[in-house]
Write a protein that binds this ligand. Sequence first.
Ligand code: MG
Length: 377
Amino acid sequence: MRFSAVVLAGGAGKRFGGAKHSAILAGRPLFHWSLRLFQTHPDVGEIVLVLPEGEVADAGGLKALFSKIGAIVPGGPERTDSARSGVAAAKGEYVLIHDAARPLVSRGLVSRITDALGRHPAVAPAIPVRDTMKRARGEFLVGGIEREGLFRVQTPQGFKRELIAEAYGRASLAATDDTTLLEATLGVPSLLVPGEESNIKITVREDLGIADRLLGRRRTGFGWDAHPFRKGRPLILGGVELRSERGLLGHSDGDALCHAVIDALLGAAGLGDIGTHFPDTDPKYRGANSLSLLKETVALLEQKDFLAESLDATIIIAEPKLGPYINKMRDNLASAVGIDPELVSVKAKSGNRLGFAGEGRGCEVYAVAGVREMGIE
Ligand code: MG
């Protein structure tokens, strides 16, 4: 394996005021953004995730979302400790060490680093300082600092793994980045590749708003579905099997909630409809688990750089009462789509005996989905 990505999400977030890595950006915890990027980058063979010690034991479920995760290891008190622990768990010939606090890193930037590692064993992205640089003395700005030749250094930074591991072995100081550590311990400078203004570092809470505005435009989609009842069929909505003598007739499992949500998502992304992608003429989809079809839909959207960020659905069904099942439906949809359950809403109405659903002849579902068209890739 050539490239391991080491994602550092183990910091205490002192300046942020709490666990920064799990702050929500467009429906997802901050560190998921970097995981997603490395998961979809063709050069990256494995991801090593560094988390706060107390979170490692419960993090195994992340491997289902990001299959390239090879190891999840605990961080330390300083960034250098976390990076050292991540690099020690990596297997690649090269490591790309990345701060999860930079969620908007692009594929192009990662490619520039992997390419440059063929020429030099240490590579870092940086952007020239464009503002005038001054020092403050009390209330006043004094003394110019020569801006020429000054750069702001970003991550991911790429290194031959053995080289940076040796630097960690010798390091006694804590460094704010790995280029500094490498140069201080082994005297090896890092090759500069162009960084990106959009690759911002989330340090304080206001930075989340800036990151949100840098993401792509929002689009909304609408979906509708209806199925008639049949005796002896299981009644499945949002992947939950309800207690009922009758279920919904359909080629698949008849899960009208999932179907309406799938159509809403496809609609938001302009990618056709459920019939185009999962035709009911295809025997493959006979009795299909619609929650799995929803997951496939989300993967299809992600391939086209659309990310789901909110869902709202209304189910019209005369009976049974859905109250006891609503939270489970919501959790199922949230986990299939990969967003926080707080961004998913499922509501139920009896239909007041009006129309075929209100009269108890079937079930009808309306759904709206919000997606983000990723501007940064
Ligand atoms: Mg349907």
